[in-house]
Design a protein around this ligand. Structure first.
Ligand code: ZN
Length: 183
């Protein structure tokens, strides 16, 4: 985890810990929305987990082996979930992402659900979990996208985000990468 000044912890949440690292205050999520996500997470058997909101400039420290810019929005690792904030996201899209990541955590608590979702998972070795196409095809990604869209009321998914990152890439979509499980 990147070294930094102490993060501000959001105490409105009870079923997970939410840390806003310096520079992410403009993306602070609506406390009522965070509370609804927290209630959903608790009611679905979510285990305590740390969620960190970082400025996107910290990506290289969070994933030293995944430096290519704008390949992912969030990543779940052993030390918790990490969401990246910059002008391509809004506080609402970060809440959507939070729900998406916690959806993965809920699925992990049920081996039978996880097993069932393996069917239809992309098999191509070249297709990384950070790839845009992986998110369109993989049943687990589609399900957790559905959780987030149902709770937030808007589909702020990869396609929505990619339209916001494309101007920075001059119209190119970054290709697949090879490391980590990314969202
Ligand atoms: Zn995901």
């Amino acid at each position: 985890m990147p070294r930094d000044k102490p993060a501000v912890m959001d105490s409105s949440s009870m079923s997970f810990q939410l840390y806003y690292h310096p520079g992410t205050q403009p993306w602070r999520m609506d406390p009522d929305l965070v509370q609804r996500i927290s209630t959903w997470y608790r009611n679905h058997g979510g285990r305590p987990v740390a969620v960190h909101v970082w400025p996107r400039s910290k990506q290289g420290e969070i994933t030293p082996d995944l430096q290519a810019p704008y390949t992912y929005r969030a990543i779940t690792k052993e030390d918790g979930a990490h969401l990246l904030a910059d002008a391509t996201e809004t506080s609402e899209s970060l809440a959507w992402l939070l729900m998406h990541e916690l959806g993965h955590q809920v699925i992990r608590t049920s081996p039978i659900v996880k097993e069932a979702l393996k069917e239809g998972r992309p098999r191509e070795k070249t297709l990384h979990t950070a790839d845009d196409r992986y998110h369109q095809i993989d049943p687990e990604e589609r399900l957790v996208d559905g959780f987030a869209t149902a709770l937030i009321g808007k589909r702020l998914d990869r396609d929505w985000w990619r339209k916001r990152t494309l101007p920075k890439f001059g119209g190119d979509t970054p290709g697949p990468t090879r490391f980590g499980h990314c969202c």
